[in-house]
Design a protein around this ligand. Structure first.
Ligand SMILES: [Cu+2]
Length: 412
């Protein structure tokens, strides 16, 4: 039986139902039978009173601090104080998900190609730019055999790299695929207006809505779904970057790459195979199982290629939802960093730059020597959760820049 056939998903559902909810009901029923059997044997009023007191005490102990759960949900009792719905997973959603599982597209590779960037804008005058994006819920692999129900913009993580010019008028249409289970919306940090656009783009499955906005500020901006629970939607993969090029343009480079970090929270431990269930409690605690670039583990190990002599620019974003990325390329120094993607305020000669949750940075660096250069979040424990990639650089080796016998495993 494959890891991704409906039977294994059905088993995942059954284990969820029994472990998380029915388990409790079974325990209570068994306790009732237990009491009945004891009382039938003993016929003792004293025994009855002691047992009743025992169960009253236990019930008070559970009820007093947390009250009754509002419904069947995972986690069973979780009180939150956000402005809208909390991040719990209602049991009804789980059932809806499994009854409609055949409708979700199975995406062979969730990772957005880091080379998938529109070319620089040649225009010198503002224009009206049309953008169409579709919110889509899909199933794909986080790692071999580890399946995640991703919520996406255009079926990949991160969403498409959007590129406009300062002063442009953008007409953006967000559609929600008919197969979706949830409402979605889009908040672009480049937008000046209610909810960054989210207040006017809430779309039900099968629906679409259009907004128009003026790109007033140059910069590299995160966009993300902002439908409640926002953190929950983002932790399913709903984020991307929009570059608003400054009127005066940016220095030319030889190669541009799109890298976006994100966290995934699963009830199954790191590496647990099969379809994973979203863990709202882990998200509130900020303890992701997976921290990855471009949607999955090893998304950027084969497709980042460049040559000695080139200048590379990386557009680096962080979908969060909790962690701050300490972005670093092992064996390189960034010749230019636009901190927090402030495109008119570059700094120079930087080792590691911060990419805040819901923020971005732009880094340029020159390739002087061939080899494999490893991209990391330099909070290095996250490497083991997936936060790394490899830039493969080919070309002549100038021994005046570096000389030595390379050993495997000597990356850092
Ligand atoms: Cu959403």
């Amino acid at each position: 039986m494959g890891e991704n056939d409906p039977m294994s998903w059905l088993l995942a559902l059954l284990s969820y139902v029994f472990v998380q909810t029915l388990g409790l009901a079974i325990a209570y029923a068994a306790a009732g039978v237990f009491i009945y059997l004891i009382l039938r044997r003993m016929h003792s009023r004293m025994m009855t009173m002691v047992l009743v007191a025992f169960f009253l005490g236990i019930s008070l102990f559970v009820y007093a601090p947390i009250g009754l759960p509002r419904g069947l949900q995972y986690p069973f009792s979780l009180t939150t104080y956000g402005p809208a719905e909390g991040p719990v997973l209602p049991f009804k959603n789980v059932l809806d998900f499994f009854t409609r599982i055949s409708r979700f597209e199975k995406v062979a590779d969730i990772a957005r190609d880091p080379n998938d960037i529109p070319p620089p804008i040649a225009r010198t005058e503002p224009a009206t730019v049309r953008i169409d994006i579709t919110a889509k819920e899909v199933i794909a692999e986080m790692a071999p055999g580890v399946f995640i129900n991703y919520w996406t913009f255009d079926g990949k993580v991160p969403g498409p790299f959007l590129r406009v010019r300062e002063g442009d008028t953008v007409v953006l249409t967000l559609a929600n695929d008919e197969s979706s289970l949830h409402h979605h919306s889009i908040d672009l940090h480049a937008v000046t207006g209610p909810g960054g656009g989210a207040a006017a783009t809430v779309v039900m499955p099968g629906e679409s809505k259009t907004i128009t906005f003026k790109a007033l500020h140059a910069g590299l901006f995160v966009y993300h779904c902002a439908h409640p629970n926002v953190a929950n939607h983002m932790a399913h993969g709903m984020y991307g970057l929009i570059l608003v090029e400054p009127k005066e343009g940016m220095p030319e480079v030889d190669r541009e790459l799109y890298v976006m970090q994100g966290e995934f929270y699963t009830t199954g431990d790191l590496g647990k195979k099969g379809l994973q269930i979203f863990d709202a409690a882990a998200m509130l605690e900020g303890k992701p199982q997976y921290v990855v670039f471009n949607g999955r583990t090893k998304a950027l190990t084969e497709n980042l290629k460049a040559r000695v002599g080139e200048t590379v620019r990386m557009y680096v974003g962080n979908g969060g939802v909790n962690l701050i990325s300490s972005f670093h390329v092992i064996g390189e120094v960034f010749s230019v960093v636009y901190p927090e993607a402030a495109l008119r305020n570059p700094i120079h000669d930087v080792q590691t730059t911060i990419v805040p949750a819901g923020g971005a940075a732009v880094v340029d660096f020159d390739l002087n020597y061939p080899g494999n250069y490893v991209l990391v979040d330099h909070a290095l424990a996250r490497l083991d959760r997936g936060a790394w990639g490899v830039l493969h650089v080919e070309g002549p080796a100038d021994k005046s820049i570096f000389d030595g016998d390379l050993q495997s495993g000597g990356g850092h």
